[in-house]
Design a protein around this ligand. Structure first.
Ligand SMILES: [Zn+2]
Length: 206
């Protein structure tokens, strides 16, 4: 199983939750043939502004959603940020896992023993040892002066590398230039000899 992490959540934690969902589903459904190749793309839910008919507005960013190809190799999980309840992610992964197994919603509600959502008790058990809420890593804020100094240093390093690179190219170019100049001189000389050999000796005047 591969994880394509488009969030700032810890990939290992995402993997752990999704793998636990897989183990739970596999208990009734057996091993998934394409487990090795299946990809879970995890995306951030962008905060949405919702406008009601009354004109009231509010923000929605706390729900999960997803889709997966029936019996396929890709499941997409869209989760809130910068925090998500681990159980919500687990539920979502669990649901999409059934789609990956080839179940549509009808069959999930009926034939499939798991139903649409795992029950709370089983979820809590499956998630033992993991934090109840996952929190995204916030990139460390670098002070402006430090950032600018960093950029300057990077520019300098880059320029120095270019000097070395082009110095090497100049050397090669000069070697080649000498080689081809010598070749031209050689060919010119050979041509002169050839012309001289072909010229008949001047007739002696009588
Ligand atoms: Zn579904």
């Amino acid at each position: 199983m591969r994880i394509e992490n488009k969030t700032r959540y810890d990939t290992r934690l995402l993997r752990s939750v999704i793998t636990r969902a897989y183990r739970a589903v596999a208990k009734t459904e057996g091993p998934l043939p394409q487990w090795k190749w299946v990809k879970f793309r995890v995306r951030r839910r962008i905060t949405q502004q919702v406008v009601a008919l009354t004109g009231e507005t509010w923000k929605v960013n706390n729900h999960t959603s997803g889709y997966a190809y029936l019996g396929g190799k890709l499941a997409v999980l869209t989760i809130p940020c910068p925090e998500v309840r681990t159980s919500a992610l687990y539920s979502l992964a669990w649901h999409e896992m059934f789609h990956v197994y080839g179940y549509n919603h009808n069959r999930m509600g009926g034939v499939c023993r798991g139903g649409m959502h795992p029950d709370a008790e089983a979820t809590a058990k499956a998630l033992a040892g993991l934090p109840a809420v996952l929190v995204e890593k916030v990139p460390a804020k670098v002070p402006r002066a430090e950032r600018v100094a960093g950029q300057r240093a990077e520019r300098m390093t880059n320029a120095e590398a270019k000097v070395i690179e082009w110095g090497r190219k100049v050397k090669t170019a000069n070697t080649k230039l000498r080689k081809w100049r010598r070749a031209v001189a050689r060919y010119k000389k050979a041509e002169q000899f050839r012309i001289a050999a072909m010229t008949p000796p001047a007739k002696e005047s009588e």
